[in-house]
Design a protein around this ligand. Structure first.
Ligand SMILES: [Zn+2]
Length: 491
């Protein structure tokens, strides 16, 4: 039995988004569990599809003693403040030193954290962890598929293991795989070679989906690459850092085998470049197309550029305006994050009619608040449990919520941001997703896990938002030389 330190610090940083992640954002958690220090972590994450939950249960099954230290996560946004980074990493390092020595360390990381004072949040965190535990104690971290993986992260850990599904239905499973690999290191049988290669182009997140090609085939090839553990992280493109973009990781018996596996996987990624593409609709085109479809199942429109899972503010109104302008009927949109509107709805009560200036308060170019007279159809306290394949069992706390109706359009308003990736968000305020004719979801890909089974068709639309569907439109300054801003087109 080994004593294993368990911690986590997750953030996906869109360096172009308007608002930063403060200590309070991590302390409260929002759609994630609140910051945990010590044993409370076990209850806070048990049963949830989170890497740390999977790691904790696998470590116990293997007969080890996991020791929870500090775990925190916040909704994607602009930079993590220096204050938040130093306080949270400070707690983790303090507890690691005070409660040690440990036989091994497992960390639940995202791998795209940019702090105000650090471009590589995880590389620096792993460096500090290594400095405490020394070179001989195995350190293994799990990563999000959207990790912007760096050489420092690879250098300061024994292994990194990333999700293989987008939508991320395998977060807990990935934590379990990382724990298994950690166990191999403890047995003295862990891979001794490690290799890391970065690809030469950015991939828009919409086309990273692993349910479709070319990502599906690349992921299917990971276990055939001749490595004990292989990962492909397509990256998070809205990050102005040198290490932005896709990377492959391979861990194998020898350095030569790891290099060979990483090279083979990199060739697969590079060969797939022209196939990371698809149609992006304008808001009006998408709404008209959906309205012309025969009713029965909803047509789902992804409001991809305001995806809060990628740093979107979740309050842009471009799609709402298009729904109203085109006279949409049987339409529902979520999640509109507007705490003032939610409070106004609660003050007015169910059945009341209220004048509102809804959303559009984040200063996104081309966006504006939406003025209208809404019926308050249903109120909610924002506490509910996810039911879909990705967030089933996850406890969400979005603060006061409301379903507001304007003609044939319903808007699900919440006080906090959460990507519209689970039908429970709508049902919490009495809106049955499957009964709609048209659903607008502030999400890029994660919605597909829970909503594709009820959808007649999925369209990806681009209304103004903080997460451009085309990364080439972002004003980058720090990318490494030669990196292409989007996949080169076929032909
Ligand atoms: Zn992700």
């Amino acid at each position: 039995m080994a004593r294993i330190a368990v911690g986590g610090f997750q953030h996906e940083t869109n360096t172009f988004a308007p608002a930063k992640a403060t200590f309070r954002d991590f302390a409260e958690g929002g759609g994630w569990p609140a910051l945990q220090r010590g044993l409370g972590l076990v209850d806070a994450v048990s049963g949830a599809n989170l890497p740390v939950a999977g790691a904790l249960s696998t470590l116990k099954e293997l007969g080890h003693q996991p020791v929870p230290l500090v775990w925190a996560a916040a909704t994607p946004s602009a930079h993590v403040t220096e204050d938040a980074y130093e306080r949270i990493v400070g707690m983790l390092i303090e507890d690691l030193a005070a409660q040690g020595p440990f036989d091994a360390v497992y960390l639940d990381l995202h791998g795209a954290m940019v702090a105000e004072h650090l471009d590589d949040g995880e590389g620096e965190l792993l460096r500090r962890v290594r400095a405490v535990v020394g070179p001989k104690v195995p350190v293994v971290a799990s990563l999000d598929l959207h990790s912007n993986t760096t050489a420092a992260m690879v250098e300061h850990s024994d292994a990194l293991v990333a999700y293989r599904h987008y939508p991320h239905t395998d977060m807990a499973e990935t934590g379990g795989r990382a724990a298994m690999l950690l166990h191999r290191f403890l047995e003295g049988a862990g891979p001794r070679g490690k290799a890391f290669r970065q690809a030469s182009f950015l991939i828009p997140i919409t086309w990273q989906c692993t349910l479709v090609e070319p990502a599906r085939s690349i992921y299917a090839a990971l276990d055939e690459a001749g490595a004990e553990s292989a990962s492909f992280t397509p990256g998070f493109p809205a990050a102005d850092i040198a290490d932005c973009g896709p990377a492959v990781l391979a861990y194998a018996e020898t350095q030569e085998a790891a290099d060979r596996a990483a090279e083979a996987l990199l060739r697969l990624v590079e060969a797939a470049e022209p196939r990371f593409a698809g149609r992006i609709w304008s808001p009006d085109e998408a709404v008209r197309h959906a309205m012309a479809a025969s009713p029965g199942k909803p047509v789902v429109i992804a409001d991809t550029q305001d995806n809060p899972g990628g740093g979107g503010t979740s309050d842009t109104t471009g799609m709402l305006a298009a729904l109203v302008r085109n006279g949409a009927e049987g339409a529902a949109l979520g999640v509109m994050a507007d705490p003032e509107a939610a409070l106004a709805a609660h003050a007015a009560g169910e059945g009341a009619e209220i004048e509102l200036v809804l959303g559009g308060r984040s200063g996104i170019p081309g966006d504006a608040p939406f003025r209208g007279r809404f019926v308050v159809e249903r109120l909610g306290d924002g506490s509910f449990t996810g039911t879909g394949p990705m967030w089933g069992g996850a406890r969400c706390r979005l603060g006061p919520m409301a379903a507001l109706r304007l003609g044939g359009v319903r808007v699900v308003v919440a006080s906090k941001k959460l990507q519209a990736a689970d039908q429970a968000i709508f049902r919490h305020v009495g809106v049955e997703p499957a009964a709609q004719r048209l659903l607008v979801l502030k999400s890029s890909v994660h919605f597909r896990a829970d909503f594709e089974p009820i959808a007649a068709e999925v369209l990806v639309a681009a209304a103004p938002g903080a997460l451009p569907a085309d990364p080439a439109s972002l004003p980058f300054r720090k990318l490494r030389p030669g990196l292409r801003l989007k996949p080169l087109a076929a032909g």
